[in-house]
Design a protein around this ligand. Structure first.
Ligand SMILES: [Zn+2]
Length: 433
């Protein structure tokens, strides 16, 4: 089903006219209201009135995660705080969170786009949506929640965790749509098996999975183990949250980006040059309807490809290929964004350890594991072994408190972590996704 036929099937020419109009309005507004953008535009020697066509977008400066950090917490908001009705946040590159805000209209737009997304995945009014995305600062839970209500479906705001209870509720309430990370879907399948419950016989018909990278192989596994259609959804809190793009159930191939709200580009991550459709590179988004937190050419660091071939669902919006990696070193561990630099800033505050560390990421069963190998310095090494272990527990607690991710810390002897001449290898990712 197409939730918003008028906009989702808009002919290309009309769509581009609308994008240009909205882009011009957005650039004029950010130039007038956000000093950061005014300075950036001035430095680049471009004014909002220079945007004569969509081609001119490439002359605008990029916005990066570092810019968001430098303007922490509210420096990039384009409306006064009394117009902001919601705040969300996600992990930044260091200890500080990336903070985003929404006006009442932004929340409504988000709900509309999530209703579109759920409908594209085959959900309808009479569905029971089992929403196991986390509720809180993370955009997943509330993003799906408002969209499900807008669609008119019944939403179960179960959030993450307590997996046995998830299975019981799924069975007793007759959940038909499951929303969570793809790895959690597999974990739920395992849990039901342990409980002696046949999840395949439940009423579940479709799952909408995102917030971490996955593959076709994993799709097959989920579809087989849960006896459902597994649909990929994409979004990031900076741009809005979930619902920036989604696969349609008709094709299950490529995610339609809601182009009447976001203009996507693919760039060469090294040079910043815009690449033609069909070429692989870094995804960049410009928001063209957001009020509180508009973004101009935001570099997502996600690697993808855009393509415009017509789709059998009749939506006209461009499709992006499933994200295949990152152009930076961000890791996603159990749905939580983790930068090695964040771990480093935790270690910097601990006496007795060196800033030499190695992150080993693996997957046991369906869940990600993180081991942090930390090198003690000579002074730390001469202390008692008991203190050694206490130090490890303390670092584990700091990582949990600051990053929200569970890690096992392994203390290693001085000078055992390999040094490198160039960029240090900080991560070994053994997961086969
Ligand atoms: Zn389609």
């Amino acid at each position: 089903m197409i939730w918003d036929e008028d906009f989702e099937t808009l002919p290309r020419e009309a769509l581009e006219d609308l994008q240009l109009k909205r882009l011009r309005a957005t650039t004029e507004r950010v130039y007038a209201t956000v000093p950061f953008y005014k300075n950036k535009f001035d430095e680049a020697g471009i004014r909002p009135q220079d945007i004569k066509s969509l081609i001119d977008l490439k002359h605008l400066p990029f916005t990066t995660k570092i810019d968001l950090r430098d303007n922490y917490p509210f420096g990039l908001f384009a409306v006064p705080m009394e117009q902001v009705v919601r705040i969300h946040a996600s992990s930044g590159t260091t200890g500080k969170q990336t903070v985003v805000g929404y006006t009442r209209r932004d929340i409504n737009t988000w709900a509309e786009l999530m209703a579109r997304s759920l409908a594209a995945a085959g959900a309808q009014k009479n569905d029971m949506i089992h929403n196991a995305y986390g509720y809180g600062l993370f955009t997943g839970g509330l993003g799906v929640h408002y969209g499900a209500e807008k669609l008119g479906a019944s939403v179960i705001p179960i959030s993450g965790g307590n997996s046995k209870r998830q299975i019981i509720i799924m069975q007793d309430f007759g959940s038909t749509v499951l929303t969570c990370t793809p790895s959690y879907a597999l974990f739920l399948a395992e849990t039901s098996e342990e409980m002696g419950v046949d999840i395949k016989k439940m009423k579940l018909k479709v799952g909408i999975f995102g917030a971490e990278p996955w593959s076709e192989r994993m799709r097959d596994e989920i579809e087989h183990k849960l006896n459902i259609d597994a649909i990929d959804i994409y979004g990031l809190s900076e741009v809005m949250g979930p619902g920036v793009s989604i696969e349609c159930i008709e094709a299950k191939r490529g995610l339609h980006i809601f182009e009447d709200h976001f203009i996507p580009e693919i760039i060469n991550p090294q040079t910043g040059e815009v690449l033609p459709h069909g070429e692989k590179g870094e995804l960049v988004f410009t928001t063209i309807t957001k009020e509180a937190f508009p973004l101009i050419r935001y570099r997502t660091r996600d690697i993808s490809v855009l393509y415009r071939q017509p789709c059998k669902c009749s939506r006209t919006h461009v499709r992006m290929e499933r994200v295949s990696g990152r152009s930076d070193d961000m890791l996603i561990i159990r749905g939580v964004n983790v930068f090695p630099s964040q771990i480093e800033s935790v270690l910097m505050n601990v006496a007795g350890v060196e800033p030499h560390y190695l992150l080993v990421v693996d997957r046991q069963g369906t869940l990600d594991t993180l081991e942090v190998q930390v090198e003690v310095n000579q002074k730390g090494f001469s202390d008692e072994v008991k203190d050694f272990q206490m130090l490890g527990r303390r670092i584990e607690k700091d990582i949990k408190d600051l990053l929200g991710v569970t890690a096992v810390v392994r203390m290693v002897e001085p000078k055992t972590i390999q040094r490198s001449e160039g960029k240090a290898q900080r991560v070994i990712d053994k997961r086969k996704i």
